[in-house]
Design a protein around this ligand. Structure first.
Ligand code: SF4
Ligand code: SF4
Length: 397
């Protein structure tokens, strides 16, 4: 682990220096000179990729704010991540392309995720998940981003070992790398995390793994073991879903610094990409790099936070077997989290629209058979969130 007192200009020099073969060019961002205060950044290297990034990056999901992204650049954040998929995410990619205009491409590390259709009950790919479809989606993302290449292209939302080795996707990724459209290849996993991370570690193919990892996971010890294996195999490890899963009404917020520090205490985690959506959240997230050690107060916050269910679905999948209508409950819970936790109802609506749901959802069940690991009232949440389906999208942002 490297600790440095560094400002943005120095950061650009040192991060680019860490990427063999790349040239350091000065920033042309007009905001340079503003906010040049010394800030402590902690760097780690993404495994054998050799890419050095600050441990706090920026996941661009919640915010499509160019001002926030510019501020993040000013603060020394140089690791950004997006998802190619839903309309809001596509608009975000166009925004990223605009913000990065005039910024030397080599001075930022950029990852994007390509999601192909899976059977939500089995977590396995459908026939629609073809090599062409993956490459088409990547090309469209690059066009929106106005980039010739991404540093990391992720095979998105892998939950089963078999999916990690889905041949059409692997072939597409190999082609993308050969064509210079991606420097490194990775997978992301949000549910059944240990199985997917073990698969990536065994693959001799993937170079980065992006995995849900937080102290509220009931299986976080197994996730930790899998991540250690991946890091030992030379993969870069990026932790996601570390802090802001959102809260139910009346729940006390969990200390975000404590959550970030908890995951960064694991030296096998090389980076995180919190999805901060405003300047205050960004400032809080960056502040953890002042000192990664947990204070006594933060340890107590974590103990309290562990008992707050919040809106984070454990992704255990047990509900899929229990529901008589075979509803994609984890996806519906994700949609609920986006609406109430991230305040992104349009994104939540897009997820619902992408699911193959019956017209009447939960209406035929007098009582719900689902026993959720989080002890959620699943039926209540579904009946609430499904109302978005019939809402004209123009009312939503
Ligand atoms: S109430 Fe809804 S979630 Fe529960 S078993 Fe019935 S269809 Fe499934
Ligand atoms: S049982 Fe609950 S925690 Fe587990 S996947 Fe289903 S909704 Fe998520």
């Amino acid at each position: 682990m490297d600790n440095k007192l560094i400002n943005r200009r120095h950061f650009m020099k040192s991060s680019v220096a860490g990427m063999a073969g790349f040239i350091c060019l000065p920033f042309t961002d007009k905001r340079q000179g503003k906010n040049q205060k010394e800030r402590k950044l902690i760097y780690r290297t993404l495994g054998k990729t050799g890419i050095r990034v600050p441990v706090i990056g920026m996941g661009i999901l919640s915010s499509g704010s160019p001002a926030l992204m510019r501020e993040a650049l000013d603060a020394g954040i140089a690791h950004f991540d997006s998802t190619a998929g839903q309309p809001q995410q596509m608009r975000n990619e166009e925004m990223i392309g605009e913000v990065l205009k005039g910024v030397p491409r080599e001075s930022v590390v950029f990852g994007t995720k390509i999601h192909l259709l899976q059977d939500y009950k089995t977590g396995l790919y459908t026939k629609a998940a073809t090599e062409d479809e993956f490459l088409k989606k990547l090309d469209m993302a690059l066009k929106r981003l106005k980039m010739d290449y991404v540093d990391i292209v992720y095979h998105h939302m892998v939950s089963r070992r078999k999916s990690a080795f889905h041949e059409p996707v692997m072939k597409a990724m190999e082609k993308a790398k050969k064509a210079g459209k991606a420097r490194f290849l990775g997978i992301t996993t949000h549910s059944n995390v240990p199985e997917a991370v073990h698969a990536a570690a065994d693959s001799n193919f993937y170079e980065v793994v992006m995995a849900s990892y937080n102290y509220k996971q009931k299986n976080h010890r197994q996730v930790k073991e899998a991540i250690a294996k991946a890091a030992n195999a030379g993969l870069g490890v990026v932790a996601i879903k570390v802090i802001r899963g959102g809260l139910e009404k009346g729940e006390k917020p969990v200390n975000p610094c404590a959550s970030l520090k908890w995951v960064l205490q694991d030296s096998n985690v090389h980076a995180t990409i919190p999805g901060f959506s405003n300047f205050e959240e960004m400032s809080v997230d960056l502040s953890v790099m002042e000192d990664l050690n947990l204070t006594e107060a933060e340890k107590n916050d974590l103990k309290r936070g562990a008992s707050v269910p919040g809106l984070y679905c454990q992704g255990c999948g047990q509900c899929l077997q229990q529901c008589c209508a075979e509803l994609p409950i984890p996806d519906l819970m994700r949609s609920y989290m986006y609406a109430y936790g991230y305040r992104q109802p349009a994104l939540a609506q897009n997820i619902i629209a992408s699911l193959d749901l019956p017209r009447h959802v939960c209406k035929d069940c007098s009582s719900c058979a689902v026993v959720c690991l989080n002890e959620w009232n699943v039926k209540g949440k579904i009946c609430d969130i499904i109302r978005l389906r019939d809402m004209p999208s123009g009312f939503l942002v």
